[in-house]
Design a protein around this ligand. Structure first.
Ligand code: ATP
Length: 295
């Protein structure tokens, strides 16, 4: 495992504070490293060998990234049985919860004023939503240019700084393509409703399968936190997708954005746009949106 270049941190220089949450392989705490607030992912106690390897693999992948839209790893603690990933703290939490809070906030406003003003518009500023789409696309363009695939891109795995900068997180399923165009995963759980059909059925992952998931993130953003196929079982969702069914546009979603979702969900991976092309489109949509903003 190539962890030698990751900065080693002594555990006694870290102070752990409140728990932020937990995932499959570890628990995440708010902490302090010197005068810096950090997030610390601790490997679960009593982890099996395979889980330990996965945990360290995540650190080995994260240490290779240096991009504004990817969660930054400060270093690792690796002592005896203890392993921790120390990373930047993202104060505004994950994007899915942030969007749900936005939805609640606007529902209350609408609830109070509904009798006074007829409201037809989307509930959040399109500029802000477009900005999220563009930032995530920038992070994914960086990842794909470096030859990595994320394999678990979803709004719950995008974190927000207090300035609302989107940072792609959770590299537990990611892998380095090592000059190949795709890779076959060997097993493990799959977030079926976010995953391209060829990855679910044949376990064949590529940058194009990440593009499919990006389409799902666009859906989550424009529906303010609604998960794809929320009311369907995993098996039913997969059957529908295989039959050619696609999620409808979220209410108020601009046609130009929905067009991108549909392109990302093309059944043939090579027919999907790549992240670079998506990024150019997002930048263009954002500049058009800017032109329409009142000065
Ligand atoms: P899994 O790893 O099983 O896919 P997960 O993404 O929920 O699940 P973790 O990456 O371990 O698991 O994160 C657990 C929780 O900690 C999540 O709620 C996440 O929002 C929060 N979290 C993770 N990293 C940070 C961070 N750098 N700053 C702030 N909160 C974080």
């Amino acid at each position: 495992m190539q962890l030698c270049h990751a900065k080693q941190i002594q555990s006694d220089s870290l102070v752990l504070d409140s728990r932020l949450g937990s995932g499959q392989f570890g628990e995440v705490y708010k902490g302090r490293l010197g005068d810096k607030m950090v997030a610390v992912k601790l490997m679960k106690e009593g982890s099996l060998h395979e889980e330990r390897v996965k945990f360290l693999q995540e650190a080995a992948i994260m240490r290779q990234f240096n991009n504004l839209n990817i969660v930054k790893m400060h270093g690792i603690v690796f002592e005896n049985e203890k392993a921790m990933i120390v990373m930047e703290l993202l104060e505004n939490g994950d994007l899915q919860n942030y969007l749900l809070k936005l939805k609640r906030k606007y529902s209350i406003v609408i609830g109070v004023f509904i009798l006074l003003i007829p409201i037809h518009s989307n509930k959040a500023s399109p500029y802000q939503l477009l900005n999220f789409c563009r930032q995530i696309c920038l992070g994914m363009t960086y990842l794909s240019c470096k030859g990595f695939i994320h394999c678990d891109l979803a709004a719950r795995n995008v974190l927000l700084s207090k300035e609302n900068i989107c940072k792609i997180a959770d590299f537990g399923m990611s892998c380095d393509l090592e000059n190949e165009a795709y890779y076959y995963s060997k097993g493990g759980k799959i977030p079926i409703k976010w995953t391209a059909p060829e990855a679910v059925i044949k376990r064949k992952y590529s940058s194009a399968s990440d593009v499919w998931s990006y389409g799902c993130v666009l859906y989550e953003i424009w529906s303010l936190g609604r998960k794809p196929f929320e009311t369907y079982s995993n098996i039913y969702a997969l059957e529908k997708v295989k039959d050619g069914y696609r999620l409808p546009p979220p209410p108020g979603c601009p046609r130009s954005i929905y067009k991108h979702m549909i392109q990302c969900w093309h059944p043939i991976p090579r027919e999907r746009p790549d992240f670079h092309r998506l990024m150019l489109s997002m930048l263009q949509l954002e500049s058009e949106e800017n032109d329409e903003l009142p000065s």
